[in-house]
Design a protein. Structure first.
Length: 156
């Protein structure tokens, strides 16, 4: 017996890369067909302790760290507004949200958000902006597909 599939909320994890923009296109088209809502979500990664900003954080320069995070958020707000407009062009209800990574992984943040918000489908791009991780299928895409409570669509 096959259960009937109902898709009401589609979460798209975005990072400003071309694959994540493609993911928005797929999600918007699917949402248009099934009359679902699109939730665009960007996770600002925690500052790693190895870089220049991380060292400043380690030694207590909180104002520099806050300024750096503010700049990352403002940048994300700009490109996310364009992605949200892309979804709305399809007459789809869409909203954006920026979260800070508090679980030590972007994957965990995406998976937790999806579960808390009763998401029916997660859409992610294959590779994003993380440097070494581009060599893999996309560690966030891979991790989300392994740990999510719902189906995951991975878009090239």
């Amino acid at each position: 017996m096959v259960n009937e599939v109902s898709i009401r909320k589609i979460l798209v994890a975005v990072d400003g890369s071309a694959p994540s923009e493609n993911a928005v296109g797929y999600a918007a088209r699917l949402a248009e067909v099934v009359k679902a809502e699109v939730l665009l979500m960007h996770v600002i990664e925690d500052i790693k302790m190895g870089g220049a900003i991380g060292l400043q954080a380690k030694y207590g320069n909180i104002s520099l760290v806050e300024g750096y995070n503010r700049a990352r958020k403002e940048s994300a707000l700009q490109w996310m507004a364009l992605l949200e407009a892309k979804a709305r062009d399809k007459k789809v209800k869409a909203k954006s949200e920026i979260l800070y990574d508090t679980s030590n992984s972007v994957t965990g943040t995406v998976v937790d958000y999806a579960k808390r918000n009763n998401v029916d489908l997660i859409v992610v791009g294959t590779r994003g902006h993380s440097k070494f991780k581009q060599l893999l299928v996309g560690s966030v895409a891979s991790g989300v597909s392994q740990h999510a409570h719902c189906p995951v669509l991975v878009v090239r």
